[in-house]
Design a protein around this ligand. Sequence first.
Ligand SMILES: Cc1cc2nc3c(=O)[nH]c(=O)nc-3n(C[C@H](O)[C@H](O)[C@H](O)COP(=O)(O)OP(=O)(O)OC[C@H]3O[C@@H](n4cnc5c(N)ncnc54)[C@H](O)[C@@H]3O)c2cc1C
Length: 292
Amino acid sequence: MGLPPFELLAPGSVEEASRLIAEEGAVPLAGGTAIVPLMRQRLFVPARLVSLHRLPALAEISPSNGGGLWVGAMASLRAVETHPLVREDYPLLAETLGQVANVRVRGSATLGGNLAHGDYRLDPPAALIALGAQIRLGSARGVRVLPIEDFFLGFFETAKAADEILLGVELPPPAPRTSSHYLKFTAHASADWPCVGVAVHLRWEASGRCEGGRVVLTAAASKPFEVRGVEEALRGTLVSEAAAQKAGELAAEQLDPIGDASGSAWYKREIAPALVRRALIEAARRAPWRAG
Ligand SMILES: Cc1cc2nc3c(=O)[nH]c(=O)nc-3n(C[C@H](O)[C@H](O)[C@H](O)COP(=O)(O)OP(=O)(O)OC[C@H]3O[C@@H](n4cnc5c(N)ncnc54)[C@H](O)[C@@H]3O)c2cc1C
């Protein structure tokens, strides 16, 4: 089925884009991989698409003043995944992006479009939360910055106001001794949406003991879900089977999954603790002190 008629606008500044999307029936257009199929199926019929492609500054990936990394919203998932600084300093993000859809989709899809879409099954938010990223939103009213976990409010619901453009995300300076893993469990084919995805980011003391870490699940609740109490459960341990098991139990106690085509709520609750345990064991296996 062809696309319904729409007007295409291409503003030259964030302020202008913000004013345009504030009007009824107008939405931003980035890579189009989410919005175009919805329009084709007439599930979403906006009167005006406000293309962000004339804002090249939004596609930048560059070291930030604070020692971290700035990733502009219009950077494609593939550009982020393959960027040398991402691969070197934030391997969790590169590993996660490498498992989103397929190379063709990742070449068009942008990080900003991914996050703004707000789908509870998206892979990147879990990794970005585990890494402690912040999100920057801009409008004609100004700029605001949020911890990325506060951006996701619920089922397809984000903190983005109608006139706000997602400008990008800021990754914190890389910590000295870390290891990580993104474990994506899919029910049908490997290049599929996750049934449950688990992002693990661990920090290690020079002694080789775990200093703490974050475990964030996707597709297991109406928004990305961080398992509470993991920091305390892992601190001072070597992240043995027993410690990883404990973290899995915490996930099982806290989760209230929603079922979908990739797995029922019951199935997701059953499988999540095992995935948390496996993801932790693999992240610990990659610890710098184990590598030598
Ligand atoms: C076949 C297929 C498989 C997929 N599999 C996965 C998967 O396994 N895991 C996964 O995480 N994702 C998956 N996706 C989703 C994909 O990651 C998203 O479609 C993509 O990231 C959206 O980015 P985009 O640039 O194409 O956004 P668009 O389609 O252009 O926009 C998406 C939404 O975000 C809004 N928007 C876009 N950019 C901005 C901005 N800068 N500021 C404010 N609002 C904005 C748009 O108005 C729209 O509402 C899959 C998609 C396809 C087509």
